[in-house]
Ligand binder design. Sequence first.
Ligand SMILES: Nc1nc2c(ncn2[C@@H]2O[C@H](COP(=O)(O)OP(=O)(O)OP(=O)(O)O)[C@@H](O)[C@H]2O)c(=O)[nH]1
Length: 691
Amino acid sequence: MSRTHAIEDYRNFGIMAHIDAGKTTTTERILYYTGKSHKIGEVHDGAATMDWMTQEQERGITITSAATTAFWHGKRLNIIDTPGHVDFTIEVERSLRVLDGAVCVLDGNQGVEPQTETVWRQADKYNVPRIVFVNKMDKTGADFYRCVEMIIDRVDGKPVCCQLPIGSENNFKGIIDLVRMKAVVWDNEELGAKYHDEEIPADLADKAAEYRGKLVEAAVELDDDALSNYLEGVEPDEETLKKLIRKAVIGRVFNPVFCGSAFKNKGVQPLLDAVCDFLPSPIDRGAIKGIDFNTEEETDRKPSDSEPLSVLAFKIMDDPFVGTITFCRVYSGKLETGMGLLNSTRDKRERVGRMLLMHANNREDIKEAYAGDIVALAGLKEVRTGDTLCDPAKPVILEKMEFPEPVIEIAIEPKSKADQEKLGIALSKLAAEDPSFRVSTDHESGQTILKGMGELHLDIKVDILKRTYKVDANIGAPQVAYRETITKKTEVDYTHKKQTGGTGQFARVKFIVEPNEVGKGFAFESAIVGGAVPKEYIPGVNKGLESVLGNGVLAGFPVVDVKVTLIDGAYHEVDSSALAFEIASRAAFREALQKGGPVLLEPIMKVEVVTPEDYTGSVIGDLNSRRGQIQGQDMRGNANVVNAMVPLANMFGYVNTLRSFSQGRATFTMQFDHYEQVPSNVAQEVQAKYA
Ligand SMILES: Nc1nc2c(ncn2[C@@H]2O[C@H](COP(=O)(O)OP(=O)(O)OP(=O)(O)O)[C@@H](O)[C@H]2O)c(=O)[nH]1
């Protein structure tokens, strides 16, 4: 066996969108037209091929990213489904890492929505080239040109139209292809599989000429020859124009815009052509950066089969038939079944057992995979999302992923010993799959605490625990993940002395404890000169300090952004030990936190409410009563958009409140923004509740 497609003919791409913009429907159509899926699974039937898990189907949102391989006009497409819900941004980031390009799907009526903004910015962060598909052109109120404007206003994108819609709402018939200057019209049969070229309708000729002009002007900027020809009145031919657009996308100079209606089966095939023509191949993306496992020096891996093997695990899933499967992207080299690998992130050996290629409705066992491929490996022992797998003889660690801190937590109490065991196994699997989901044990109560990015995120985990793993448990109410810090610099001098029969314990430490920069966490430094505290006791000091970090003095929340400097101390030849220093440091640190003006910090969420004008007053009044700070208001179409910063503590159950006073017409999204000091009256309540 060898490669079926040259690496230049690969398109690893994702579809990103705000919830409900039509990602799943568009993906379904793509799979149908590429011939791998024989029945279109409508989302409202809950049968969409990309929606794998029951939980997702019931909720109608795509939670997990699955990767599917399809073929179109000689190109090999790996479609990586990215979830749109705000609680799962981590999944979006994770898939963005392994994409070479993306299609950003907009709802033609809603345009750029809050979550579109979020994923757009994430795509900026990972330098992902993208094209835009304005979907739902058949929907009442759909407005292609407004969507294009919103790409500029909302996300500072550079939209350039490559198509224009013909008709809209019920009369949406097809598109004008501005590259070929042809109309493309769909026949209403075979689910839109048939379509044909026509001349551009006379009433749209001027508009088409105007937008063609804009497209050509933007494109010729990318090439001196094309520009000078253009200035002399010679337009680029079709092939040249396509090349220039491709260059613009890959260099992230502008974002070509396409349109259609996935649901009404129009526009998807030209979108696939655009994916092939304009999105980058792995070669266009170049080498991936990494760190040499042995020398820790920077290195890279070129997208080539002849380079040493490097593979990134980006998604772990439990599959009912195969067990745990790990979705991986091969960046360089050749991967074969039976091969021994190094998980360089964890310094653990693995063996490639089964290797699968996922198609829309079947999975194919394969023996070999090449640079650029996205495959699923079954039976790996200990791989987590973000780990690198590589050739043990040429080990490399590819870029590490960063994950935000969870802001919400719930306690879970298994009902029986058997449930306790099932819970343990299930939690370790869930945590491996999703690094934004954490598990810890409460110091005092001994309860198991689940931590996540939002209410829905944890809801879904609990659902999986109960249904997939059959864990019977009591679940506590969701709680805010508070933190503690200090506001003042203090000095403490503490001596631990104990005489018990024979040898005693003696240790003295003197610390300066002060606020650290926000977000910098905890820092410890020893400024001891001379031998006031011998080196061998420093680890004891550190251990003592760290033992306090998980359990602050106000209400037992984690302590953050504190800096401790050891400036002096004393020891005793016989009675001192690391343990004595640990005890002294622990007590000293607690004393310093008490004296340092301790405060509680709470997560503040960025909230955006979209509401019909009639309810704007109630929305604002309600947000104010939730300690919200209104940041601004503006109009989107005929709806009012209210932006606010609101403490997470006051956002529980907001979805129901909003729904009831707006008759279900207002919607909202929120995401974590920053931690902020809790006002003192509220802090007292929190302390009373937790302390
Ligand atoms: N009118 C119209 N409705 C569409 C179109 N595309 C999708 N829809 C509908 O919009 C709803 C959401 O579509 P999905 O494909 O599930 O959207 P999604 O972006 O995958 O949603 P999540 O997976 O929940 O993020 C469904 O009811 C679709 O039938 C379209 O082109 N026109």
